[in-house]
Each structure stands twice: as C-alpha cells, then as structure tokens.
Design a protein around this ligand. Structure first.
Ligand code: MRU
Length: 346
C-alpha cells in the first residue's frame, strides 16, 4: 500500500500548518501558525528547516500577514507586508531560497492593484504557487537525477534533503525516490548529521516510512565506509550554490566531498534554481553560527563540561572541483560551472 506523502507545510484558510520537525521521529505534530511572527519563530527554532521549505514558509508567512491584515488602504497593507517580509528575512542567513521567496513575494505586492482585497488575493495566490511549484520542481529534479543512478547502487546522503526539507518529494531524496519509482533497487546510507541529527531523525524517518532500504552511520564513519567500497555515489542537497559552482550545504558536506574525491566516487548535488545565488562571491557568503548548546547537548542531554568553548557553524563550503554534477529542474549541469550555470538562467 502506498502511504500518504509527508507534508511538512500546508495552508488552510488563514492558518499555516507546520510539521514540527524538532519532535520527529517521536511525534507527528503540526504547529498552527496564524502570524508571520510565529512562522519566523518556527524557522529560527528549526521547527521547519531545509532551504526550499524555509522559502515556502516565508512566502506563506507573508500570505498570513495579508490574510489577517486590518488595513483599509493599499499603502497600509503594503506596510504590513513589508514588516512581515523584514521579520522573515532576518530568521536564517545562509539558505538562498528564503531570500528568493521573499523577493518574489515583494515583486507581487509592490505592483499596482485596484483595491485591498485584490492585493490580498494576489499575495495569497503567489505563496500557494510557490508551494505547489516546489513539489513539481522536485519531481523534475528527481526525474533528471534518476538518469545518473544505476540499478543496485548504494547512495550516501547527508543531512536531510527530503520531503521534509522542501514542500514535498525532496531534492537529493527526490532523486532517490524517482530512481526507486523507476524500479531500480537502491540502498541508502544516511549520515546522522550532528549537531541536530537531521540525518538520523528525518532522512531515516522518511525512508523507513516509505520502505526504502536505509542504513544509518555516524558522521565520522564516512571515510571508512567509502574506503571499504560500500558507496557507489553521493547525493546531497544545497542551501546556496554560487555562480562558479561553490556549494554551501550542511556542515560535514565538504568532508564527505573530499573523501569522495580521493576515492573517485561521484559527488552529486541536487537543488532547484531558487537555491542559486549568481551575485555573492564565496568570501561574502554568510555561514550561520548557531547556539553552542546544540553541540554541548544531544536532545537536551549534556555531553560536555560546563564552560567549554564551542564552534557551531551550520554549513560549510564545497569547492566546484569536488562537485561531479549539479542536478536541477532544468537538467544536469557539469563543469565548467561558471559557463554552464550561466546558461541555466538564459
Ligand atoms: O540547517 P538545515 O537543516 O536547514 O539545513 C538543511 C541542509 O543543509 C540540507 O541538507 C540541504 O541539503 C538543503 S535543503 C534541501
């Protein structure tokens, strides 16, 4: 029997339902957000996380501001929407999709409208379009990427780039899903992904839920597992991809890419066009630093002495020479990246 697809976020008449990912895999509980402030809080606390998912959440947060606004003029309504956009903009700094979605919403609500109601409707419709498009885009990424996967492959993935990190279906896990749907026998190795365990808690949850063969390893087992020939391919998602092919993704991705390169294992990145940032250069990318308590504790249990110094960067940067290909909804991009990424946007 095919199970219902996991839905991390949905809109229901002025309420944004957010699957609280901090509780997974123990409990499936939805947050009912009715304000952009509550959506912003959910993004900050990582109750919803993953680059495309936080873009969709921000768009729906702006839709909430429109839906509940008491403004009686277009100008007043725009003020409410700008305020919501500003609050959502400041939630997390690294994933490009958040800013992409807010900019797209702004391009709608700064247009001319005859009255308040038509502006409200346009804003809500645009947010719903972003949500629906994201699922479609992921299915296209999946179909494109599945060409790279052979029957019998064991694929290593890091963090969670699945249905939960998007509006549904997933990017890296979308490729794996599409290959499985084509009838290929696929095994997945998932890294646990400290500090917040998105691999163990979320990727394993999704794959077990769907009956896809998954084996969990801790992050420090990657080198051993690859050197033993247990991995055919690596597929990860991305939070931001630069015009020259630098890939910013969950902390630990760079280490995996280096080991893959030494052992000549293909290292693929799957992401939508909304993840690409053609403007920022690598030295100007903001890597989010999160609270030290995420490192000194595991799910609330302290594992290090009080007073210890901690580093907690949430993302790292993989240089283009370690990336075998980037899978997008418009096709697979190979080096030279500068040239071929430019073509994607023409
Ligand atoms: O900090 P998170 O959980 O929001 O980070 C998400 C990731 O880094 C994912 O692995 C990812 O590839 C981007 S979302 C498809």
């Amino acid at each position: 029997v095919k199970k219902a697809e996991l839905s991390p976020i949905a809109w229901k008449e002025g309420v944004v339902l957010i699957l609280n990912q901090t509780l997974l895999p123990d409990r499936l509980e939805y947050i009912e957000a009715t304000s952009p402030e509550r959506v912003a809080e959910a993004i900050k606390k990582m109750e919803i996380r993953g680059a495309p998912a936080i873009g969709v959440a921000a768009a729906l947060g702006i839709a909430l501001a429109a839906y509940h606004s008491k403004a009686s003029s277009i100008n007043e309504l725009r003020k409410d929407l700008l305020k919501a956009s500003d609050i959502l903009w400041k939630t997390r700094p690294t994933a490009r999709n958040l800013f992409w979605a807010i900019e797209r919403m702004k391009s709608i609500f700064l247009r001319d409208f005859p009255d308040v109601d038509s502006l409200k409707t346009a804003v809500i419709n645009e947010a719903l379009k972003i949500l629906e498009e994201d699922i479609e885009i992921n299915k296209r990424i999946g179909r494109n990427g599945a060409q790279l996967i052979e029957d019998g492959d064991t694929i290593l993935t890091h963090c969670n780039a699945g249905a939960l990190a998007t509006a549904g279906y997933g990017t890296a896990l979308g490729v794996i899903r599409a290959a499985v749907e084509e009838g290929k026998k696929i095994k997945v190795i998932a890294t646990e992904t400290r500090p917040l365990l998105q691999g163990a808690r979320l990727t394993c949850f999704e794959l077990v839920y769907e009956g896809i063969d998954v084996t969990l390893i801790t992050d420090n087992m990657v080198g051993y597992v690859i050197s033993k020939g247990l991995v055919d391919k690596i597929i990860v998602g991305a939070d931001r991809i630069l015009r020259d092919g630098h890939v910013i993704n969950k902390i630990g991705t760079y280490t995996i890419a280096c080991v893959a390169s030494i052992h000549k294992i293909p290292f693929y990145v799957a992401a939508p066009l909304s993840t690409f940032d053609l403007k920022t250069s690598v030295e100007n990318v903001v890597i989010e630093n999160r609270d030290p308590s995420e490192v000194t504790t595991i799910r609330g249990v302290r594992i290090a002495p009080e007073g210890v110094k901690v580093l907690n960067p949430a993302f790292d940067i993989t240089p283009p020479d370690k990336v075998s290909a980037i899978i997008t909804e418009k096709g697979i991009v190979y080096p030279p990246y500068e040239e071929n990424i430019k073509k994607l946007f023409e």
